[in-house]
Design a protein around this ligand. Structure first.
Ligand code: MLT
Ligand code: MN
Ligand code: ZN
Length: 309
């Protein structure tokens, strides 16, 4: 059996975002129960042996560990049930949490060569000592069984495959096609329980749904998918930014080219939006956009959700 914890469900910046005065952020800050605060997106998954693998390491990881008893130290004076962290890209909201895990505690880090090269190029990540915390490179489209720092395998398999997306903001090359993005910059994860064969997908960043991706997701029991924006231009209209969701590597939920339409007919049993930006009105429990997403069979992730498969 797989247990999946939603450690964080918001996009980069979280909800409310520290410097944002948009309607949603103001409501979240005021304690409005229909505008629940959310930390930056990350999951923890376990195959039931007491060890957990982080899927992305958010800047809010310290808070997320405190909020989830399953991730607390158990045995001895220094201990963590976190056996490994798997990164889907090099965005700040997905890697900065590694710095929180810097107290000489062994675990393993899995990512593509491309994402490892970003960690290697930024010496601050050396604070997570590679002697204790092995960095293991993952090839696209090759399922692997992750292991803890000592090499003890976990009871599930992970496959990383490239999805349409964009290189991290701080690595963009304005002169290059697609800002210099390559396939390894944005990956989806397919996780399969070795005991039960249960499968789920975690895709926090995705800018389009080509036919091959729709085919891959068809019939899946559970997909956690990029829910950054409701409409592509909402950050511009809200006055919080100058870019569209597409420009940032994300497909909107609504509209004929949106993810809600793209999933229609795919027969995905449980569809959950995650990595939701603070400008997305679907974050608000009482919004018409929330009702429309739910009407289309979607759930909006919130921190602390738990799934078993
Ligand atoms: C994104 O998902 O587009 C990035 O996390 C944006 C950011 O760096 O804040
Ligand atoms: Mn992000
Ligand atoms: Zn806001």
């Amino acid at each position: 059996m797989l247990t999946i914890l939603v450690l964080g469900s918001a996009a980069g910046g979280g909800f409310p975002q520290w410097n944002c005065n948009c309607d949603g952020c103001r409501r979240a800050r005021s304690g409005d129960p229909a505008a629940k605060p959310r930390t930056q997106s990350s999951l923890a998954v376990s195959g039931g042996d007491g060890r957990w693998v982080l899927l992305n390491a958010s800047p809010d990881l310290g808070h997320q560990i405190r909020a989830n008893a399953a991730l607390h130290p158990r045995d001895g004076i220094r201990h963590s049930p976190i056996a490994a962290a798997v990164l889907t890209n090099a965005d700040i909201d997905h890697v900065a949490g590694l710095l929180t895990l810097r107290e000489s505690q062994p675990f393993a880090v899995y990512a593509t060569e491309r994402v490892h090269s970003v960690l290697a190029a930024n010496s601050v990540f050396r604070v997570v000592n590679p002697e204790l915390v092995p960095r293991r490179a993952v090839a696209l489209d090759r399922p692997y069984v992750p292991a803890d720092a000592d090499g003890v395998p976990l009871p599930f398999e992970i496959e990383a495959f490239a999805v349409p997306g964009k290189v991290a903001l701080y690595l963009e090359d304005p002169t290059a096609t697609g800002f210099g993005s390559v396939a390894e910059d944005t990956v989806a994860l397919r996780i399969r329980d070795l005991n039960s064969d249960a499968v789920f997908f975690y895709i926090p960043g995705c800018s389009a749904m080509p036919g091959w991706l729709a085919d891959r997701l068809r019939g899946a029991p559970l997909v956690l998918f990029d829910g950054t924006t409701w409409t592509d231009d909402e950050m511009i209209r809200a006055g919080t930014g100058t870019k569209t969701g597409q420009r940032m590597g994300h497909m909107a939920m609504s509209g004929p080219k949106g993810s809600i339409a793209a999933f229609e007919g795919l027969d995905v049993h449980r569809k959950i939006f995650i990595h939701i930006n603070n400008t997305n009105p679907a974050l608000l429990d009482d919004s018409p956009e929330r009702a429309a997403a739910e009407g289309a069979g979607w759930e909006i992730a919130q921190d602390g959700m738990e799934f078993t498969l």
